[in-house]
Design a binder for this molecule. Sequence first.
Ligand code: ADP
Ligand code: MG
Length: 325
Amino acid sequence: MAEFDLIESIRARAAGRDDIVLGIGDDAALLRVPAGHELAVTADTLNAGVHFPAATAAADIGWKALAANLSDLASMGARPAWCTLSLSLPQADAGWVDGFLDGFLGLATAQGIALAGGDTTRGPLSIAVTAMGHVEAGAALRRDRARIGDDVWVTGTLGDAAAALVLGGHLPSPSGVVPTVDAADAAFLAARLDRPAPRVAAGRALLGLAHACVDVSDGLLADLGHVCARSGVGAEIAVAALPASGALRRVFGDDAPALQAAGGDDYELCFTAPPGLREPVRLALEQAGVDGTRIGRIVAGQGVRALAGDGSDWRPPRTGYVHFL
Ligand code: ADP
Ligand code: MG
């Protein structure tokens, strides 16, 4: 199949939006940003063998390529609108592209984001997505707005995707022991890795409530560290407070905290908000359909301190585990 036919097959499946003046088929797309709003733009690339195991199903790769970008828009409190897709493919495999689009466009439709353009080239399997959204001018959630005294919150649960990578043999387990797992827990954890649910509604709901926000893609400690660095503050996190799924607890036991603190691929939101807004934050997240957990607070200083139950500094079971990731 030629590049042109591949592009045509993508165009034929892509849904439009009223604010796309000109979509796939010209040299550039023309997009209309609503008055009084700012354009939020983010890009993420997934490379085979680096960002996903090479054997990952095409539909899961498609889903995840868009989910990672939607998660970035979510963390800014932006409303998703448009995206572009740059595909580098070893060969023009129409079946693979069809499967990829099942996942990619499935999530795009669910989140109301439209594919407005892209590029198709031959090369090692690589997927580069740019996602665009809009947010009321001046209202976006940013990394550099955390304040001393803020609570630190996280949505959903942490560590599930890293657990699936460990079970698949793609990541060392924190203690070096790979646990046994039943089929239901394995399927739950695999779905958290392959089909993350970007917290778009939560990001929108937190506008006007959260001070700072980041999405957890590289691991909680690393990503919260970015918030601290950009805001000029420190953070203290209670490792025992990190939210865990039942499957993670059952399967990983004492290894769970390391996966939750440093695992990555979570696509949850970590945000800070004043203690006086605990109830409104809880309500906003409830309306967005996701749990929120308070895991610590913003303090004077710099860097993230992870605390064990007795108040001492928490360390992952194996030295260097956090850095390995
Ligand atoms: P050009 O050479 O001018 O960049 P292309 O032939 O690469 O144009 O692309 C033709 C049209 O198809 C453009 O509108 C482009 O945005 C779109 N397009 C190409 N590849 C993709 C893709 N993978 N997904 C969505 N749109 C694509
Ligand atoms: Mg081109």
